[in-house]
Design a protein around this ligand. Structure first.
Ligand SMILES: Cc1cc2nc3c(=O)[nH]c(=O)nc-3n(C[C@H](O)[C@H](O)[C@H](O)COP(=O)(O)O)c2cc1C
Length: 165
């Protein structure tokens, strides 16, 4: 039974549009960054969200202290300005949610909250990760996306819950 089947088209459209909120709670702090890449997929007989996070992100540091994240998808452009802020400002420099004028609400299954005012939510438990390596990528990809050496770590996470608001 695919939990995310019915939600996937809108989610993929939003990912390739202005992005979605990737939210982490490391116990001390909640932070959200915008992601524009990602996959809803099937691995290990489970429904898996794959999220690519560059090593330079504050989110990357926070993910060392948690094994969960949430994905919040606004489908009606209502949070485009907040997505822009969460996609350019770093949580290293203060409370980004406040700067973006967004608030959180409780998730259904985990400590990490979701972003209020979105339309679709995923609650994800990380099962593993894999780091991309420049030398293993086609030159057309490595030269365009990784010339500076700031690689992506791909987080594979079980979709524990997927629902509309
Ligand atoms: C539309 C959009 C999509 C983005 N997609 C990604 C992504 O998939 N992976 C990533 O590492 N950064 C992505 N970024 C950049 C991060 O959101 C940005 O660097 C952010 O400030 C990192 O926040 P942090 O330092 O608080 O973790 C994207 C930015 C925008 C505006």
């Amino acid at each position: 039974m695919y939990q995310f089947g019915e939600l996937s088209q809108e989610t993929l459209e939003q990912l390739s549009g202005s992005g979605v909120f990737f939210t982490v709670n490391n116990g001390d702090k909640v932070n959200s960054m915008t992601i524009g890449w990602g996959s809803l997929s099937q691995y290990w007989g489970q429904e898996i969200f794959i999220a690519p996070i560059r090593f330079s992100r504050y989110t990357f540091e926070m993910l060392k202290n948690t094994d969960e994240f949430t994905i919040s998808v606004p489908t009606n452009k209502q949070l485009d300005e907040a997505l822009k802020i969460c996609g350019t400002v770093s949580g290293r420099d203060g409370d980004k949610l406040k700067k973006a004028n967004i608030s959180t609400k409780d998730a259904k299954t985990m400590e990490t909250p979701v972003i209020d005012g979105c339309d679709i939510y995923y609650e994800c438990k990380i099962l593993g990760y894999s780091d991309l390596k420049g030398e293993e990528l086609d030159a057309s990809v490595s030269e365009r996306w990784y010339a500076g050496g700031d690689m992506h770590r791909l987080y594979f996470a079980k979709i524990v819950a997927a629902y509309r608001k």
